[in-house]
Design a binder for this molecule. Structure first.
Ligand SMILES: [Zn+2]
Length: 147
């Protein structure tokens, strides 16, 4: 049994971080590392990026929203009841951080525009996002060349 069989919640959190990472890369922003871990039975995650240069603000903001979008799409595709209850908690936890980040970087760009960009990105990149999520859930941390 792999760790992800024991914790679908960890896998969902990993897919969330993978959604951020691939969308940031698409926005030409350097991704330093991704991490997921379990804390008191809840999955938590982190995507560290270099924000010193933001070439495309709309794409950058879409990447902030792409985590929750990837998470929601993944959960919808794997609709187990227990899993849903866990995943909803994980979404609520991380989405609140993402919301604060969005406000910080928004500079007048509308949430709706960024959200529609994020949805479209996740729709077209669902395969790579899921693959990177599985890899992250297996290892717990990815950085540099392994990303
Ligand atoms: Zn997030």
């Amino acid at each position: 049994m792999s760790p992800t069989d024991q914790s679908p919640e960890l896998l969902a959190a990993a897919v969330h971080e993978a959604g951020h990472a691939l969308a940031f890369r698409k926005a030409r922003v350097r991704v330093h590392s991704l991490q997921v871990w379990l804390k008191d039975g809840d999955a938590e995650g982190l995507c560290r990026v270099d924000d010193s240069h933001i070439p495309d603000r709309l794409a950058f903001l879409a990447a902030i929203l792409a985590g929750a979008e990837a998470h929601a799409r993944f959960v919808a595709q794997h609709h187990g009841m227990v899993f849903l209850a866990n995943a909803r908690r994980a979404v609520a936890g991380c989405a609140s951080d993402d919301h604060a980040l969005f406000q910080h970087y928004a500079h007048g760009v509308s949430h709706g525009r960024a959200l529609s960009r994020a949805r479209s990105f996740v729709w077209w990149n669902s395969g790579p996002i899921t693959r990177l999520g599985h890899k992250l859930a297996r290892t717990g941390r990815l950085s540099g060349w392994s990303l």
